[in-house]
Design a binder for this molecule. Structure first.
Ligand code: AHM
Ligand code: MG
Length: 344
């Protein structure tokens, strides 16, 4: 137990203790899922250590390779992917993994026991921020392998987000924090580097329903659809406009960091479809980014849609599928969604 400045004793609850007690009280984290979440947390600790070393370990910069979506991979994208694969393949809790950085899914090798879960991740989100020492993170989502299927196939992963049994992210910022949901609220755990463990630092995070802060890449404004333009125009009009209040803007270009701010103090985040690549429904990936973040945001009392439909109800048709994303404070997300539906 630690002593608080006031002299009061603070009870430190580790991630392990939280997971064990949650299972005891609510039965939402069976042993295999607990092992999975602890292994993911351990892997994130290792990614965090790598991120912290940066140039000292010679791991900044481009790897000179591209991923399946044609994006240049950074050295740390590949390192984080390897760390997550290595940590999770041998424990017996998984059937397979899929990652933003791999062309197809990774089935657990036969030399290891197979479990019933599927793990999906964006190993290092916010890649453009790695080399400039700005917050980045790891996003993950956990599904159950459908019972009827034998060998793992791509179809097993193509479940709507409502089927997720757990989701979360680790943010590598001034502190390394793990934010987690198993469908019973959203809780965050801060990495205590001396003790080497994640400690519960916030329970039942709630996103305020209203906000005066929006996050969108404004440089794409000329490419947006009319409903997005309308919403942002109205925000920019401030007190003098229809909204009757001034808005503030933030754009970190790491979804993890933008969503983390929204979980901390509210806000709306948008990465909508735009005309630059009209055939793609958006930039962000449904399975590795939008679904886990939408699960967290909804569990914290916020909302998440693709402009028209709840993201968690979108049935995926491909592993690397992209989607438009509008998420955060409930009343603002509902407003943007209404603007889209009105324009149909
Ligand atoms: P990444 O997974 O390759 O890092 O790409 C996703 C990131 C998000 O974290 C962020 O919201 C967005 O891309 C930023 O895009 P842009 O650079 O177009 O503003
Ligand atoms: Mg990403």
């Amino acid at each position: 137990m630690e002593k608080h400045a006031s002299g009061a004793h603070l009870k430190r609850i580790s991630l392990t203790r939280y997971l064990v007690e949650e299972q005891r009280e609510h039965g939402t984290i069976p042993g295999e899922l607990r092992l999975l979440l602890e292994v993911v947390a351990r892997a994130c600790k290792s990614v965090s250590n790598n991120v912290n070393k940066g140039a000292l370990a010679g791991i900044l910069g481009s790897a000179g390779t591209g991923n399946v979506q044609g994006e240049t991979q950074q050295k740390l994208d590949i390192i984080a992917n390897e760390v997550l694969l290595d940590a999770n393949e041998w424990g017996g809790h998984l059937a397979a993994m899929a990652s933003e950085e791999m062309d197809s899914f990774y089935e657990i090798p036969n030399r290891y026991p197979h479990g019933e879960y599927l793990l999906l991740f964006d190993p290092l989100d916010g890649s453009s921020n790695i080399d400039v020492n700005v917050s980045i993170g790891t996003i993950f989502s956990v599904l159950k392998k459908p019972l009827q299927s034998g060998n793992v196939c791509e179809n097993d992963f193509l479940q709507p987000g409502v089927k997720q049994v757990a989701a979360g992210y680790a943010i590598y910022g001034p502190q390394t924090t793990m934010v987690l949901t198993v469908g019973n609220g959203v809780h965050s755990f801060t990495l205590d580097r001396e003790a080497g463990s994640f400690v519960l630092t916030q329970q039942d995070i709630r996103i305020p329903e209203d906000t005066k802060e929006f996050a969108i890449n404004m440089s794409n404004m000329r490419h947006w659809d009319a409903p997005v333009k309308r919403y942002i125009d109205e925000c920019l009009q401030g007190k003098e406009g229809v909204r009757g209040k001034d808005f503030n803007m933030r754009w970190i270009a790491s979804m993890v960091a933008d969503v983390h701010r929204i979980l901390c103090r509210g806000g709306i985040f948008m990465y909508p479809w735009d005309k630059r690549e009209p055939d793609k429904p958006g930039k962000l990936r449904l399975l590795y980014e939008a679904n886990p973040m939408s699960f967290l945001v909804e569990q914290a009392g916020g909302a998440a849609t693709n402009g028209r439909q709840r993201i968690l109800e979108v049935t995926p048709t491909a592993l690397h599928q992209r989607v438009s994303v509008v998420l955060g404070s409930k009343n603002e997300v509902e407003r943007v969604t209404k603007y889209h539906l009105d324009a149909q």
